[in-house]
Write a protein that binds this ligand. Structure first.
Ligand SMILES: C[S@@+](CC[C@H](N)C(=O)[O-])C[C@H]1O[C@@H](n2cnc3c(N)ncnc32)[C@H](O)[C@@H]1O
Length: 290
């Protein structure tokens, strides 16, 4: 595959930036109800950890009191705030001013900085842990962001980041993609191809290795995302994401009821007394700066 040029990276960055600016005010009530479920596992995987005996992964003590922690692509700051609640000195970084406005209003006393994950505005070796909850795969050059995380970590400290598993393992995405294929137009979105596109533990391991990390590990995580019905799932993705929002917004308005109905028709196995209980699968990847 040809290496994308600078113009492509800039196009991805501009697309992501516009999408997250747009989503900031509605993110907490929509997509954050999925992402927040993975915060404890993320914080448990980062920090100052001993290498596991088999050399695979880090036996971290987890983010704990007294550590200096950086939350990259912090969005409205829930991970940053959770790290601070553990007694860490936590800093959240995001490139979206709108997300940072929400973060600062929501979590008084926590520090949030505007900046880009590919060029962190921090000194070398200045953090005991770096975390990113569903952020790294949105960056045009994820390995560059991971190299930056490596640079700002103290030796002996670990980075942890989460990604979503592929749609085949994530019913929420699969339901929407399949419904759009049947009732809408998959090619309608003008979103540039992602720079990251991480889907598997191997994708994470390769990127962490390329960024210089050692003692690399990846672990499967699960959750449940609740929605009243197919339309509610569609609206949550529309108001709380960048790429899925672009796909949904690109559909003809008249197609949306049929897309929602198709989701309902194919989500029967997730229905319980109060609506849809959709299983979520994610991975938390870890690497240590030795
Ligand atoms: C899915 S949200 C995750 C937010 C938060 N970490 C959470 O746990 O919900 C992705 C976030 O990545 C941020 N982001 C995307 N690309 C970025 C970049 N290059 N530099 C900094 N932040 C970025 C977006 O602004 C957005 O807040």
């Amino acid at each position: 595959m040809p290496d994308p040029g600078m113009a492509d990276f800039e196009a991805i960055r501009a697309f992501e930036h516009a999408g997250w600016e747009q989503a900031a005010d509605t993110y907490e009530a929509s997509f954050a109800t999925a992402t927040r479920q993975f915060i404890p596992a993320l914080l448990d995987a980062a920090g100052v950890g001993a290498a596991k005996a088999d050399g695979v992964g880090v036996d971290g003590a987890g983010v704990a009191a007294g550590m200096r922690v950086l939350d990259v692509a912090c969005g409205p700051g829930f991970v940053t705030a959770a790290a601070a609640t553990r007694g860490a000195t936590a800093v959240g970084l995001d490139f979206s001013a709108a997300m940072l406005r929400v973060a600062r209003a929501r979590h008084g006393g926590v520090v949030f900085d505007q900046g880009d994950a590919e060029a962190l505005p921090y000194a070398d070796r200045s953090f005991d842990a770096v975390v990113s909850n569903f952020g790294i795969h949105h960056v045009p050059r994820p390995v560059m962001a991971l190299r930056e995380a490596y640079r700002v970590l103290r030796p002996g400290s670990a980075l942890a980041f989460t990604i979503w598993a592929a749609p085949d393992e994530n019913a929420a995405w699969k339901l929407v993609f399949d419904a759009v294929r049947r009732e809408g137009e998959m090619a309608a979105s003008r979103a540039p191809a992602p720079g990251g596109g991480f889907r598997t533990p191997d994708d994470c391991r390769a990127a962490l290795g390329a960024a210089g990390f050692g003692h690399i590990g990846a672990q499967r995580l699960t959750g449940v995302w609740r929605h009243a019905d197919g339309l509610a799932l569609l609206m949550a993705l529309r108001s709380g994401t960048a790429r899925m929002a672009a796909l949904i917004n690109a559909q003809a308005p008249a197609a949306l009821p049929a897309i929602a109905a198709d989701i309902d028709a194919h989500a029967a196995s997730f229905r319980d007394g109060t609506g849809l209980a959709i299983p979520l699968t994610a991975f938390v990847a870890t690497g240590r700066r030795d």
